[in-house]
Design a protein around this ligand. Sequence first.
Ligand code: SF4
Length: 352
Amino acid sequence: MTLQAVNVEGFRGDLLAWYDRHRRVLPWRALAGVTADPYRVWLSEIMLQQTTVQAVIPYFLKFTDRWPDVHALARAPSGDVMEYWAGLGYYARARNLHKCAQVVSAEYDGVFPDTEEGLQQLPGIGPYTAAAIAAIAFNRPANVVDGNVERVMARIHAVTETVPGAKPQLKKLAAMMADGECARPGDYAQALMDLGATVCTPSSPKCMICPVMTHCAAKAAGIAASLPARAAKAQKPRRHGYIYWIEGREGRILFERRPEKGLLGGTVGLPTSAWVDRAIEKTHLDFIIKGKESRVAVRHVFTHFDLELAGVTADMGEADIPEGRGYFWVDREKAGMLGVPTVFRKALKQFI
Ligand code: SF4
């Protein structure tokens, strides 16, 4: 399709004027006229990957309360970082976050690089996160394109091709809109995100109160709510396994720290069997003796598959548990207090 010309200067001016009046107050965001703290910007951007603002806020506050700067986070035991992260999902982010803090603390004297190229040298910082930090923390011109910005671009330019195929085109359009003289690249990036989050929302965009409505081709064509168009999603596979509530002597409960590599790597939770593709193929952990199937059933949605775990209880002696595989005992009354990922939280609620 032919894209209509957009008055880039006018769009940016209207957007920034709206941002000055309506910007969201967020715990990691510097107040107007105040220089942003790169540590807080970096921490928030890692937490916000694949995660909503509302879910991130309590975690961000907890982290910054416990570890107020990058040196403090670098010194933290990795188990504490994983425990504080528990429930936020995508656990590789927490491992990389900790590695990144250690690198910035030890090799950069606690000072984050201020360019996209420099930031991308650090663990866990890809092109999007580097662009976001460079713009927001250092006011550098950068093309910061998240899902909100893609949606705004699709609508402003009335791009009717489906995503994900249209993503490169939306990124180019965003680059074109961000290009050229702009004294406030950080505010521009955040203004676009705020517009997408609060006005140009996925369903029912609030076009009648939109500060950039006069620049919007989708509004003019009456197709705003239908954009961006999405390709049909393939159905997710389902995996199956057992989750165990194993009581030892004196009522202690068996937990496991999962291996560093892989899904939920480095996190603490109840032991589970391997997760397999067909329910009838699931098999118990090799050391389980006289396990009893319980009524506990846990369903959890991961990005690439759905998981169903059947609960099993067993009483076992400490000598029956293999060593060197990350298993450890926890007093029963403390079992519900550990920082564990959501899938284990769901199981604990049923077992306890
Ligand atoms: Fe989004 Fe409507 Fe504003 Fe266009 S006019 S940017 S569709 S809210």
